[in-house]
Design a protein around this ligand. Structure first.
Ligand code: FNR
Length: 183
């Protein structure tokens, strides 16, 4: 049956490189994979006091949408050598109420994106740290650190370097294999 993949993007910026990479990657999946960006732009900051009988609607909408997914493609920039708050907040909101985490037993892949040469390593691995605890079976290899992104990403979102495109296809193929073996 069709596998549903939620795309989680760590940047809310309209012209986000991470978003452009995520959308380019979505086109590289084979048939039988249904990809959808999960919008995080209106997700309020997690607050335990609000998580009672009537949590904020945006949390409920997010949890219900994410719960339906088989897997998640996390594409994120690095902020101050770590994961941006927007993505950490999504992890936190999805992890509660206690015992009802939407992440449990899902499959994931982490792609860090940066205009710099260090390629978002810090964000990539801080995100992995949370995913270990949240029990998301995360693609280990190939690791995906996409640095110097402006060298191969056109403004319209096209990936202009054949070698990089081939590498990104390898990430997608490995993720597809991981999903097929585990769901
Ligand atoms: C950054 N940027 C950045 N880049 C990086 O490689 N390592 C870092 O630690 C940081 N830190 C950082 C903090 C904050 C608050 C901002 C706003 C930016 C630069 C960042 O990579 C750049 O703005 C990207 O364009 C952001 O990704 P999107 O929005 O293009 O996906």
């Amino acid at each position: 049956s069709t596998k549903k993949i939620g795309i989680i993007i760590g940047s809310l910026r309209k012209e986000s490189y991470s978003k452009k990479i995520a959308l380019a990657m979505a086109n590289l999946f084979p048939e039988g994979f249904d990809l959808k960006v999960i919008d995080l732009s209106d997700l309020p900051m997690y607050n335990e006091d609000l998580d009672g009988e009537t949590p904020p609607n945006a949390w409920t909408t997010f949890r219900e949408e994410a719960k339906k997914m088989d897997a998640f493609l996390f594409v994120t920039p690095e902020y101050n050598r770590s994961v941006p708050a927007v993505i950490k907040n999504a992890l936190d909101v999805g992890s509660r109420p206690y015992g009802q985490s939407i992440w449990d037993n899902k499959i994931g892949a982490v792609i860090s994106v940066s205009p710099g040469a260090l390629s978002g390593f810090g964000a990539n691995h801080h995100l992995r740290q949370s995913l270990v605890f949240l029990n998301v079976l995360t693609l280990q290899q190939p690791e995906a650190y996409l640095g110097n992104v402006t060298n191969f990403l056109a403004e319209d979102g096209t990936i202009t370097n054949e070698g990089t495109l081939g590498f990104i296809q390898t990430i997608v193929d490995s993720f597809v294999t991981l999903i097929e073996k585990n769901s």
